[in-house]
Design a protein around this ligand. Structure first.
Ligand code: NAD
Ligand code: DAU
Length: 330
């Protein structure tokens, strides 16, 4: 297959680019290279003759029409992806996650693309006190990020209903692993711990997330892409529900950092208390996550310890201004 993968210079997208090339496919990676897009994430495949890179915005119809030519499938990872940034500035989220998705969908129809896979998130369901969300549950997003992702999902489902476009949506849970931008909980706390900086825990730290390793998330997306039913949604969760404070303590142990670095700070507005996914539908297609959470977390900490060359340059410049805006007054 020739695949258009958008956002392939980001955290999960770059893991998926490697998976697609390893499986013998051709990849066109279209990425705008926002603050979160990092060419280093795909450096090891850059010279592969089956790989090409297009520096463009998914909301740019001309650039997308050109890049999509000859592609059989589109997998859309491109997004503004951080909840806290969406609270500071929702505009970019609406541009990419809603408008960009609609532009990409229309281009895929025009080009006769066989399948469009939208990479979405469990956050579109909102928070759940007990039990787990099924794909048939209503969406009830809490943040500008999750509302934008929900807007993208609705565009995708409407394209199926209106134009009979072949689409599939995956809704993944909290993902971790190497090459994740150090604004999200795990890479932020690991790199702060390695630098001897404070770990800012929001509120009481008893919020629960269901964690999945990036490689397991990618095999789930791959399974839905190849075996999923047109028009269907598939939850992709690791089944590892862990309170934030427990992860924080584990990171302190794994890095050997001082427990006194933990600081409880003002909670995130609209903070979802708990996420949990029922993954029966995707498992029925033969998928299951392969990674043990504790081992994968330890391996992830090792990766950040061994790759300061990857994250130290990121944690300067624009990042410091963001950090001050996000945490300065907390
Ligand atoms: P990321 O922030 O690491 O990477 C996003 C990538 O998209 C970057 O390379 C960026 O340059 C690119 N991009 C942003 N706007 C663009 C635009 N307008 N045009 C082209 N490229 C653009 O994100 P991630 O964590 O790898 O997430 C990838 C996808 O998975 C997103 O759609 C996100 O909503 C979804 N998701 C993420 C998680 C998670 O825990 N990280 C969980 C579930 C779902
Ligand atoms: O659930 C899937 C979603 O997971 C993805 O769609 C998003 O792209 C991804 O960013 C992630 O969203 P979260 O908001 O759950 O992830 P984040 O890493 O920002 O936060 C995880 C938890 O940790 C959450 O309860 C907030 C808390 N937290 C986060 C940060 C950055 C803190 O306590 N302190 C922090 O500094």
């Amino acid at each position: 297959m020739r695949m258009l993968i958008t956002g392939g210079c980001g955290f999960i997208g770059s893991a998926f680019v490697r998976l697609a090339l390893d499986a013998g496919h051709e990849v066109v990676n279209l990425d705008r290279l926002t603050y979160a897009g990092n060419p280093a994430n795909v450096a090891e495949v850059a010279a592969d003759p089956r790989y090409s890179f297009v520096h463009a915005d998914i909301a740019d119809p001309g650039a997308v029409a050109e890049a999509i030519r000859g592609c059989e499938v589109v997998v859309n990872f491109a997004a503004e992806s951080h909840v806290d940034r969406s609270i500071l500035d929702p505009g970019a989220f609406i541009h990419t996650d809603v408008v960009g998705t609609a532009v990409l969908l229309a281009a895929a129809r025009q080009a006769g693309v066989e399948r469009f896979l939208q990479v979405s998130t469990d956050e579109v369901y909102g928070s759940i006190e007990t039990g787990a969300f099924c794909e048939s549950d209503p969406i009830d997003p809490s943040s500008p990020y999750s509302a934008s992702k929900a807007g993208g999902d609705l565009q995708v489902l409407a394209a199926h209903r209106t134009y009979a476009q072949d689409v599939v949506i995956t809704r993944g849970s909290n993902t971790f692993g190497p090459r994740q931008y150090p604004e999200k909980l795990i890479p932020l706390f690991v790199t702060n711990a390695l630098e001897g900086r404070e770990l800012p825990v929001y509120g009481d730290g008893l919020q629960v997330r269901d964690w999945i390793h990036a490689e397991d998330h990618c095999t789930g997306i791959w399974c839905a892409l190849i075996k999923g039913t047109a028009g269907a949604v598939y939850n992709v969760g690791g089944g590892n529900e862990v309170p934030n404070l427990q992860i924080t303590r584990r990171i302190l142990e794994l890095t050997g950092a001082d427990p006194g670095l933990v600081r409880h700070v003002t909670d995130r507005p609209g903070h979802d208390r708990r996420y949990a996914l029922d993954t029966t539908r995707l498992r029925a297609l033969g998928w299951a996550p392969a990674r043990d959470f504790d081992e994968a977390l330890a391996a992830t900490v090792d990766w950040y310890r061994d790759h300061p060359d990857w994250w130290r340059p990121i944690k300067s410049g624009e990042y410091r201004a963001y950090y001050e805006a996000q945490y300065g007054a907390r």
